[in-house]
Design a protein around this ligand. Structure first.
Ligand code: GLN
Length: 454
């Protein structure tokens, strides 16, 4: 059924870079066969998943929506993909994104932009616009995304889907193409909070192949979501983040946010305003730390090991250095180049302390802000994005405006805490997103109010 929806919707939406229908049907048939034979199968067996093309899949082309990886077929699966396969979940295909997950609209894909199913003249958000679009348009019931600064949650807000960034280290990053390793996290995209929790439990858990993987088991997020469905939040302390609402947020977003907070109160939650004094420095800190890590991580695309290789023209010396330069010039798009340049500058001798060192200090202050806030409240809430989905092309030539999309989502990445976005109603006919953040390793705490609200 999903493959039929994909066939009908893709010409207009373009959520997928590739569809693996034959493979998906094979897994589905295997599930049918084994179930008919009376075998006990995992709970999620047969539920198909779309995968952001930032996550490697054995035997399926993986490009990060970049020319530099065009044609690259990974020889191994990411840990999360192994887990999907172990649970007999068919893989529908690879979804579109901003090149190397850098962007907020999916327009920076080297191949084509993805359209928002609510209004195809608008963007689905980014970088995981493909996964969010596929789930919102019923092309897939579930998808995987990656979130470095908001790439699961902001597309969630723009498409009316549930997007979760788990605690840093809670889901293995082995096989996630690295963007900014200290911030990157794989997470679920779904249409309901319970669906997201079910996928979260499939992909979560310790992995010795990821050095930052945390040893504790995945928090009981499915149980928490089921609890939440009872819509009783008495005793839950909710903090509205002062710095992440109000000025700079579109009226419809603020209006729906206030309404959602009222709903939390009506279900018994104790709501207070909480300050994260350094939250306004999250963006500038992120735009030093993230490009620094990007410049380092993307140094591996040298024309030797993966994907594209461009030899210099005949009148240029045929050296390996020139080959690398021509490969990177042709293989990377403008946004990726901008970040490599920024990061290389921030890390260069003489500037390292001033830029990278200062940004790291700010990051520590933000982590402390959250620690203090969580002494007072159980979860923190804010809008997930300051605006509703904008029109294709509207922000493409203005990087600073594009970067502002993530003002509410970036603090959670800097602090490594879990955060999710869920639909909080329409504004001018477009979805808006509610963000819930919880203390590290307590992902379950955000699922309860999320399920209650929905
Ligand atoms: N939109 C943010 C950026 O451009 C976040 C990216 C992400 O989470 N991968 O960096």
């Amino acid at each position: 059924a999903h493959i039929n929806v994909i066939a009908a919707a893709e010409p207009e939406l373009k959520a997928f870079l590739s569809v693996s229908a034959t493979e998906a049907l094979k897994t589905a048939d295997e599930v049918d066969r084994r179930r008919a034979a009376g075998e006990e199968l995992p709970e999620m067996a047969g539920v198909p998943v779309a995968i952001k093309d930032m996550i490697v899949t054995k035997g399926i082309e993986t490009t990060a929506a970049s020319r530099i990886l065009q044609g690259w077929i990974p020889p191994y699966d990411a840990t999360v993909v192994e887990k999907l396969k172990a649970n007999l979940m068919p893989i529908l295909g690879k979804t579109n994104l901003d090149e190397f997950a850098q962007g907020s609209s999916t327009e920076h894909s080297a191949y084509f932009p993805t359209h928002n199913p609510w209004d195809t003249e608008r963007v689905p958000g980014g970088s995981g616009g493909g996964s969010a679009c596929a789930v919102a348009a019923y092309e897939a019931p579930l998808a995987l995304g990656t979130d470095t600064g908001g790439s699961i949650r902001q597309p969630g807000a723009f498409t009316g889907t549930v997007g979760v960034k788990p605690t840093y280290g809670g889901v293995s990053r082995f096989g996630a193409i690295a963007m900014a390793s200290s911030l990157d996290q794989i997470g679920p995209v779904a249409r309901t909070v319970l669906d997201a929790a079910l996928l979260h439990e499939v992909i979560g858990g310790y992995d010795e192949r990821d050095s930052t993987s945390i040893p504790e088991p995945t928090p009981a997020v499915v149980k928490a979501a089921r609890e939440g469905q009872k819509m009783d939040l008495s005793g839950l302390k909710v903090g509205v983040v002062k710095e992440l609402s109000g000025k700079g947020y579109e009226d419809v977003v603020s209006h729906n946010f206030e309404h959602a907070v009222e709903l939390l109160k009506s279900m018994g939650a104790q709501v207070s305003e909480v300050s994260l004094p350094n939250a306004s420095y999250a963006m500038p800190s992120y735009y030093v730390l993230m490009p620094s890590e990007v410049s380092s991580n993307l140094a591996r695309y040298d024309g030797m090991r993966y994907g594209l290789r461009m030899m210099p023209p005949a009148d240029v010396a045929q050296t390996s250095a020139n080959m690398m330069a021509y490969t990177r010039e042709a293989g990377f798009g403008s946004e990726v180049k901008r970040r490599i340049l920024l990061g290389t500058y921030a890390l260069s001798a003489g500037f390292y302390d001033k830029w990278y060192g200062s940004a790291q200090k700010v990051r520590t202050l933000i982590i402390r802000d959250f620690e203090k806030a969580f002494e007072k409240v159980d979860v923190l809430v804010s809008p997930a994005s300051p605006t509703t989905a904008f029109k294709l092309g509207e922000e493409l030539t203005d990087p600073m405006t594009m970067y502002l999309n993530d003002v509410a989502t970036i603090p959670a990445n800097l602090a490594g805490i879990p955060a999710m976005s869920l639909p909080m109603g329409l504004g001018n006919g477009l979805p808006t997103g509610f963000q819930i953040m919880a203390p590290a390793k307590h992902d379950d705490m955000m699922y309860k109010p999320a399920a209650a609200l929905e």
